[in-house]
Ligand binder design. Sequence first.
Ligand code: ATP
Ligand code: MG
Ligand code: MG
Length: 547
Amino acid sequence: EKEKSLNFIEEIVENDLSSGKHKSILTRFPPEPNGYLHIGHAKSICLNFGLAESYGGKTNLRFDDTNPVTEDTEYVDSIKEDVKWLGFDWASEHYASDYFDTLYEYAEKLINLGLAYVDDSNSEELAAQKGTPTTPGTNSPFRDRSIEENLTLFREMREGKHEEGSKALRAKIDMASTNMLMRDPIIYRIKFAKHHRTGDKWCIYPMYDLAHGQSDSIEEITHSVCTLEFVAHRELYDWFIAKLEIFPSKQYEFARLNLGYTLMSKRKLRLLVEENHVNGWDDPRMPTISGLRRRGYTPKSIRDFCDRIGIAKRDNMIDASLLEFFIKDHLNKISSRVMAVTDPLKVTITNFPEGQTEDCEIDNNPEDENSGSRMVPFDREIFIEKSDFLEEAPKKYFRLKPGGVVRLKGAYIIQCDDIVKDENGEVIELKCSFIENSKSGQDTSGVKCKGVIHWVSQKNNVPLELRVYDRLFKEEDVAGYDGDFRDILNENSLEVLKAYGEPSLKDAKLDDKFQFIRKGYYVLDKDSTENQIIFNQTVGMRDSWKK
Ligand code: ATP
Ligand code: MG
Ligand code: MG
């Protein structure tokens, strides 16, 4: 087997291990619990957990829960479920909010080092002081407060003595830095909000840059991998660690996943849910892990996809059909082939005895010899697809035509003898005869027949609702669209069809994977009841997207 070449992060890890810089590695996946995970997060999960698996290290799951306003335990629970479902186990579970005491101490330490100050400027004043990328900023009038005064004010902030927005703690770095983030960034702000874990204990909360890097350091994360937007933050990340003299975690950045016709921002996905453009976070059209799961995607297909797209240093757009390729590839190997008819045309087998049923044994999956077989009842009246009959058929048409023959999958070859039409001239029934000794697997009839079509018994079937999905957006670059992303929603992203399925589908379970022969891959939906069996189309047989 050809060895896969290393990505740049694996190279860094190998160097750090062989140079002895680290004895073992510890990575982390650090979601903010403000929404459900999406396929972009899957890439980060596969990368972080994958590195640990490859190099005998460990991965922490850390909830980056420093913003009390947007976070919720519902999201924490869903994130854990999704990471597990993808097939990964974390070494330990942490919450940035567990470090609030330590982070507070770090803030006081910075004040004591003369490296942080309390600023009373309002948001306009703060913005004006920042300057622009091409002009230096200006120092705040509060920048030279004494250490004692800063400590007193910061403690008062903690005690709730100051209003929201009236004061903030800033790192004292360099208002002329070419890196705007180094221009005395705010590191603590006042927020009178109940936190999903710490309740009312705090009314000041650390900002991302202080919380994130220091959480890495507290856990002794060796390789802190994040997306490219954070390149500019690295200088600040290193600054805090150097000044606080704490464990030197290192940040590395890779290109985030962008997938065509797909939105990848929890905030925007949340709007789709709240405004009822979709039916919840796990709507099968959503690019969330839970949506993909409900749609019928397997963890393996998502992991294989992430593996294939690899780790890049520059942003790019991945073709959405690549994800479909991996799920089709997996489902082809594991799904049971079954029959369902969506647009029925009645066929009467005139030479088959009335009231009699014959079982046809059909292999569940020709790709898997251990998958067994099942019985499908065949009788005098069946349904085939309307599109599998053509009255005026071209020569190369191998399905049913007047006088022609076709094989019914797993059953007999039938011949079309007669057509029944309604008053409008539309074909409403075919009268056919089955050919003796032509049953699948024991065919001694000698009749040549090129086409095979699917069918179901007219009286022995289960009514189904099929939900067929198209892409959720009409534009490929959703994030780059310069209008409201809701204006480019595809209003035809869900199509509901009625179908008649073979009786075995009554016993379908949520995890079972099916190929509805010639139609696509389907999975039972959780909305199903005994009286209303609902299937989601995971992906069509060819390209599921309408062009
Ligand atoms: P969102 O905007 O969707 O909320 P985020 O980056 O704010 O994304 P976090 O919960 O902070 O979401 O993300 C957790 C981890 O997942 C981070 O390390 C982040 O870099 C990574 N991540 C998020 N989106 C993607 C993506 N599209 N591709 C790769 N990694 C991603
Ligand atoms: Mg984030
Ligand atoms: Mg976000």
